[in-house]
Write a protein that binds this ligand. Structure first.
Ligand code: AMP
Ligand code: MG
Length: 401
């Protein structure tokens, strides 16, 4: 059996970025940026006031206070969106609003709260240093600066950043088309009345959800019973895909025909079985240029193996810079004993107290207990043959977010 790292390495060796498309920035949330964003202008493009008040020469108001205010002649009003016409010279000021360009000659803004209007002028009650309440041109971004790198995920802040450079469209990675197929004669579609011996299909939902969350165009193919003909028919009629994900039927039970059937259809196997728990019976291969993953049917196993194997491949197809779930370390809140054997990915929840990150393991770690996924935000990555995890010890974690 191969290690998780070896399995991932073999998959990524075959994964290639798909093409790109241009989309409105407004619709780019969650997409993968496929171009560097270089700002053609400084942001802000001009020095502007950060307050409502008066644009002054700081030298003119040196020593000004409540008791001995300085009076300045007011030249004009400069609202946001307008450019002042007058230069602020010695003994003068212009009324200015937040966001309005600083008039030439002025080097600071006195907040309106520290001023009092007089006939034709204004009393300044406070001295201000050079640059006070002025947002300098280019203080956020310099003209020609690269603000985002290709391969980044576009979050709300990236949408705003791209728009701030004046762009309304952006080049992103085409979403890989992912088809999800649930297998098993006991699997029943939610919405149907329950029948003895059956369970509702949860994998079809959690896997399409994960694939969509990781950037794919995910579609559900349906449920196929453990009959070769039924499986072949579903896959044969599926059309083009970048990744096909099946759950169930990949162990070695008499009715587990997924592997046989896929090999019969021409699947080129990349690996089968990985030294891990949950999730040992994972099948990976390629079919033409597309990936096929046969994941174990247990609801936790299929989600964990998706995150470790399907996710980095999808992210590579999207052209992402970082592949696979983020990792970190945390202190174990309560220790536990483990059976020796395969490397384990235990479900846990993060707790932050007193500046320290702790992880609490979920009480049930069986691979069929889907609630452990609902209640968890990380996997605790436990090396092969570990039998004791001490309270307070530092463990490796894999983020599920
Ligand atoms: P298998 O991998 O086919 O041996 O299935 C392992 C376990 O996962 C069995 O208890 C199955 O009933 C269960 N299982 C398989 N597919 C699904 C599914 N789509 N939703 C929920 N449970 C499933
Ligand atoms: Mg089965």
């Amino acid at each position: 059996m191969i290690s998780v790292e070896e399995a991932t390495r073999r998959l990524l060796k075959k994964a290639r970025p798909l093409g790109t498309e241009e989309v409105p920035v407004r619709r780019a949330l969650g997409r993968t940026l496929r171009e560097d964003i270089v700002s053609p202008l400084s942001i802000p493009p001009f020095s502007k006031s950060a307050m409502d008040g008066y644009a002054v020469r700081s030298a003119d108001v040196a020593g000004a206070s409540e008791k001995s205010p300085v009076e300045l002649r007011v030249l004009e009003d400069v609202p946001a969106g307008r450019v002042g016409r007058h230069r602020v010279t010695r003994g003068t000021a212009s009324r200015i609003m937040t966001g309005a360009p600083m008039p030439p000659g002025a080097d600071a803004v006195v907040m309106v709260e520290y001023t009092k209007r007089t006939k034709g002028g204004v009393l300044i009650h406070k001295e201000v240093g050079k640059g006070t309440h002025v947002a300098r041109a280019g203080e956020d971004v310099r003209k020609g600066q690269r603000v985002l790198k290709a391969g980044a995920v576009i979050r709300a802040s990236e949408m705003g950043m791209i728009a701030a450079t004046g762009r309304s469209k952006v080049t992103v990675g085409i979403r890989p088309k992912v088809l999800v197929l649930s297998t098993g004669s006991e699997i029943l579609a939610p919405g149907r009345p329950w029948r003895p011996g059956h369970i509702y299909d949860s994998n079809g939902y959690s896997l399409t959800g994960l694939a969509a969350a990781r950037g794919a165009d995910a579609r559900f193919l349906g449920i196929a019973p453990d009959r070769r003909g039924a499986l072949e028919k579903k896959i044969g009629g599926a059309g083009r895909f970048d990744m096909l994900i099946l759950s169930g039927g990949v162990s070695v039970g008499d009715y587990d025909l997924v592997q046989d059937m896929l090999l019969g259809m021409g699947l080129m196997r990349i690996f089968w079985k990985v030294r891990m728990k949950p999730g040992k019976p994972v099948l990976a291969g390629t079919y033409d240029q597309s990936f096929v993953l046969g994941l174990p049917g247990n609801p936790v196993s299929c989600m964990v193996t998706f995150e470790l194997f399907a996710r980095p491949v999808l992210e590579a197809m999207l052209g992402r810079r970082e592949l696979g779930p983020a990792r970190g370390r945390a202190h174990l809140l309560e220790g536990t004993k483990l059976k020796p054997g395969r490397r384990k990915f235990l479900r846990g929840r993060l707790i932050e107290t007193e500046g320290r990150l702790y992880v609490r393991l979920f009480s049930r770690q069986e691979s069929g207990v889907l609630r452990s996924m609902v209640e968890s935000d990380v996997l605790v990555d436990v090396p092969d043959n570990t039998t004791v995890l001490d309270t307070g010890s530092i463990v490796d974690i894999v983020y599920l977010r």
